[in-house]
Design a protein around this ligand. Structure first.
Ligand SMILES: Cc1cc2nc3c(=O)[nH]c(=O)nc-3n(C[C@H](O)[C@H](O)[C@H](O)COP(=O)(O)O)c2cc1C
Length: 331
């Protein structure tokens, strides 16, 4: 038996690999995982040192990312033929211990679950324009149902006035971020081999109706006219939850990943536009004027990608993110 297998069980390595494929703000990967005993239980933990303090001062986005990782763990447990038993925030007083996943009765995975596992490595974040083909009403209804199953609401922004409102709030927040030196520096630090690869940032951030993150300060060098921004925006959706505490963020993350994987199974990818949710005023406006009092957690554009992505957004390896349960005290 190899040294690796002495240190970690095979199941734990499989789960850590799947969890790491989750999306996270600018690929910050604000997580690590702990194996309890040899393949007995699996902990999802927040790595507070990897979150982005200016963008995400309350850890909301980092917890959402860990929720997405948790959903991948659930899918990976089903792949092994077991039923996952999930406890959210199982250790009062340890707010970084976000979830514990145990293995319950044997139950063969369904074809739908197998499909989610298969698309997991292929799902990726898109930036820039989508192809013109719209999403079908059936797919949008299915995505709505996937979010609902996790306790979240996915709303399509199809009314032109509401679309303008969302675009305006994204623009206001993005402009504020671009004008804030600290924020620009925090974002720039995320670009690179272990963050967001340079190739992924090459699209002009103002190419669609919803402003994108300007990872490379491209907007300073080249302006795009407001008139040409309408094309290739895709379908704009907002994911929201009834409350706004850590368990809600974990549910939002699981709903997000369930929606993203289901979309990817239909060759649909997502672009993130979470800027207005990082500032109190635009988030409050979105909440009162669009989500009827529910808390907006993620804003996405969904669509078909015009050309296949040729780069990979790297993750830390399972051995870099997995510790033994008795080693968690040092975090
Ligand atoms: C809560 C959250 C917020 C995000 N916000 C943005 C964003 O504003 N702009 C963006 O381009 N990507 C955003 N992302 C996507 C990440 O950059 C992406 O997941 C990460 O780089 C990993 O790449 P991948 O999704 O292609 O695997 C966000 C992801 C999460 C989970």
């Amino acid at each position: 038996m190899s040294v690796t297998h002495d240190k970690h069980g095979r199941a734990a390595l499989h789960l850590a690999r799947a969890a790491s494929l989750a999306p996270s703000p600018h690929n910050s990967q604000p997580w690590f995982f702990a194996e309890e005993g040899h393949d007995h239980g699996f902990q999802v933990r927040l790595d507070g040192g990897r979150r982005m303090p200016l963008t995400d001062p309350f850890e909301r986005e980092a917890v959402i990312a860990c929720g997405a990782a948790l959903f991948n763990v659930r899918v990976a447990v089903r792949q092994l033929g077991f039923r996952p038993v999930v406890e959210l925030l199982p250790a009062p007083g340890d707010s970084h211990h976000l979830a514990r996943v145990g293995f319950a009765a044997h139950l063969p995975s369904t074809p739908e679950e197998e499909l989610l596992a298969r698309v997991m490595p292929h799902r990726h974040t898109h930036r820039g324009r989508f192809a013109a083909a719209p999403l079908s009403a059936e797919l949008l209804a299915e995505l709505h149902e996937q979010a609902r199953a996790e306790g979240a609401t996915l709303q399509v922004v199809d009314d032109p006035e509401q679309l303008d409102l969302v675009a305006e709030l994204v623009r206001t927040a993005e402009d504020a971020h671009r004008a804030d030196f600290g924020h620009v520096a925090e974002l720039e630090r995320q670009v690179g081999a272990y963050g967001v690869p340079v190739e992924a940032c090459a699209q002009h951030p103002d190419a669609t109706l919803l402003a994108g993150r300007d990872y490379l300060s491209l907007a300073r060098r080249c302006l795009i006219s407001a008139r040409s921004r309408g094309r290739g925006t895709g379908t704009v959706v907002v994911l929201s939850t009834p409350h706004d505490r850590r368990p809600d963020w974990l549910r939002a993350g699981q709903a997000l990943q369930r929606v993203l994987l289901c979309a990817a199974a239909h060759d649909v990818m997502a672009a993130f536009h979470t800027q207005p949710l990082e500032l109190p005023a635009p988030r409050a406006r979105l909440r009162t004027e669009f989500t009827a009092g529910r808390y907006p957690q993620v804003v996405l554009r969904l669509g078909h990608v015009p050309l296949p992505q040729t780069w990979r957004t790297r993750r830390r390896t399972p051995l870099q993110v997995l510790v033994r349960g008795d080693a968690t005290a040092r975090w």
